[in-house]
Design a protein around this ligand. Sequence first.
Ligand SMILES: *Cc1c(COP(=O)(O)O)cnc(C)c1O
Length: 366
Amino acid sequence: MKNIINVTRSSMPNFEEYTEEIKDLWDSHWLTNMGKKHKKFAKGLRDYLDVPMVTLLANGHLALECTLAAFDLQGEVITTPFTFASTTHAIVRNGLEPVFCDINEDDYNIDVKKIESLINEKTCAIVPVHLYGNTCDLEAIDNIARKYDLKVIYDAAHAFAVKINGIGIGNFGDASAFSFHATKVFNTIEGGAVTYNNDELKKTLYFLKNFGITGPETVEFVGGNAKMNEFQAAMGICNLRHIDAEIARRQSVVKRYRENLEGVKGIKLVQPQPAVKSNYAYFPIVLYGKSNLRNDVFDELEKNYIIPRKYFYPLTTDYECYADRFNSNETPVAKNIAESVITLPLYADLSLDEVDRICRIIINSI
Ligand SMILES: *Cc1c(COP(=O)(O)O)cnc(C)c1O
């Protein structure tokens, strides 16, 4: 059988390291509900992300959905359609109306020049995404939010470990939601976290993730169940020990991709952000100049057992579940990029020889 190269490959600690970490769960029989592993991981994470407060959750989507719920918002939320399903769904599932802002041509993040024209008296929040781990224009978003008194909740699912001018990315806006899904730079199998600096939010998130239970005989909120369990937390404790080394290996993969593809006609790369310490989460390329080039390159890679992804195609506004509700023609840049982007395989173990081979196939099919 041919070796398949997928877009990503989950990072795992050594088997022995993980079993050592979970051993005492067989003594305590305490498997979930904010036990010892949960506390240890939360502390390690707070230090690593360099944030004042963190809440752990079952996954990244619930981190986002619960955070939006915690602010008890009503009305319209400005966001981007060029993202994973979760961002838009979290807004809609909270009974809020997403209003889609186009993206910019440089890093495909929300175009801050186009936000203000979408604001009206119903607007309550902005949900930008640090797409591919590239930071949004934090200052511009902050200025707009202050001017119009809006909440800012960052979807930081791609931005684990990212820093800007030495400051952890989880320190911006009213809150940031991270994903620790198996496919992300850092994983707890499934998992997520919210970072913020707000005592009230800490309490509300706790209640929302644990059925609204506020005391042994009191239930004050209509909460759900979004708790991270002890096995997830143990995975997080182990993976956190190796994250810097993992990112360094990702960095050399990205460097190799750039050496191969920079300046190739028909391919546009996202340029590195000068003040940002990257996590090298994704390597998107935009293909242009020939009709259907993206799909042709994609198919050629697939024929060679290399499975990239069209992140993010289709736009969330084009999903079947949102048919007739949103209009993707209102975000023409996003529409165009969604039709020309491929996200190439990228993970710590990907060999540089494989990177060279992937690039040869791409260049030959342009
Ligand atoms: C992965 C992801 C999420 C959701 O995280 P899960 O942990 O998979 O629930 C949210 N937003 C974006 C942009 C993502 O890529």
